[in-house]
Write a protein that binds this ligand. Structure first.
Ligand code: 6PG
Length: 241
């Protein structure tokens, strides 16, 4: 595991972009699961502004780690957020965009997305393998759309699960733990002081944190887990880390 702490969001976005470009340079094509939230939004804007021309976008296949169960033109849609901040601004072909259909019946859609992942990705020991899974973390320690009150979904034998937001009760479709942990590379993008305590617990006391927070269970079997933090999210970490 690697922990990187940056002075500001721009430096974080810059480093993540270089990290992604390095992985891309070693591959013919690359599959990435995107997440929702404000930190990814800022990354997408950064990529569109700074790397529209020097990334071969045709090599990348886009998927999602989670989606809210809404129509794709709804402001809550993670697809809509990525479309407006990235896909509309860089040369990405629609055939490389594999969105979760939040407008469909969630249980049927979870099964359809599993079929899609099995067709599009390499399947290792029964689980589709992403090259990169990009994740955020909520203040409650959730990741993708697996929240602390539904820890059991992390352990699901399915590749995708149907989840519920604890406050709004909004339904979500999310990758399960086994799909996330099967990825070749997993990156957490986490910013903001309100998340600092959980970041510390998860990184420095992982075993106990695993009892409480889905984000602590992100432990890819490849061993490639990188935390991209801003100085606020990383401010409680022990100095020697
Ligand atoms: C979503 C997510 C979710 C998100 C975190 C962090 O669709 O809401 O994928 O897991 O990444 O809540 O979001 P922020 O970057 O906005 O804090």
């Amino acid at each position: 595991m690697k922990t990187k702490v940056f002075d500001n969001l721009n430096d974080l976005n810059k480093d993540f972009s270089l990290w992604l470009k390095k992985i891309l340079a070693e591959k013919e094509d690359l599959s990435i699961a995107l997440s929702g939230g404000n930190t990814p939004r800022s990354l997408f804007k950064y990529l569109a502004t700074n790397h529209a021309d020097d990334i071969d976008w045709s090599k990348i296949k886009f998927f999602w780690s989670d989606e809210r169960c809404v129509w794709p033109d709804n402001d809550d849609s993670n697809y809509k957020m990525a479309k407006e901040n990235l896909f509309d601004l860089v040369p990405v072909s629609n055939k490389n965009i594999f969105r979760i259909r939040g407008e469909n019946d969630p249980y049927k859609e979870a099964r359809s997305y599993e079929d899609l992942l099995q067709n599009e990705l390499e399947v290792i020991n029964g689980t589709p393998q992403f090259d990169v899974v990009m994740l955020g973390m909520g203040e409650d320690g959730h990741t993708a759309s697996i929240f602390p009150h539904e820890m059991n979904l992390w352990e699901s034998s399915n590749m995708c699960v149907v989840a519920t937001h604890p406050k709004t009760r909004q339904m979500r479709i999310s990758l399960s733990g086994k799909t996330i942990n099967a990825a070749k590379h997993v990156a957490f993008l986490v910013t903001g002081a309100p998340k600092a305590k959980k970041v510390k617990e998860i990184i420095e006391d992982n075993k106990n944190a695993q009892e409480k927070y889905p984000a602590a269970k992100v432990q890819p079997s490849s061993g490639s887990l990188t935390w991209f933090l801003d100085k606020y999210a990383g401010r409680e970490l022990s100095k020697e880390k």
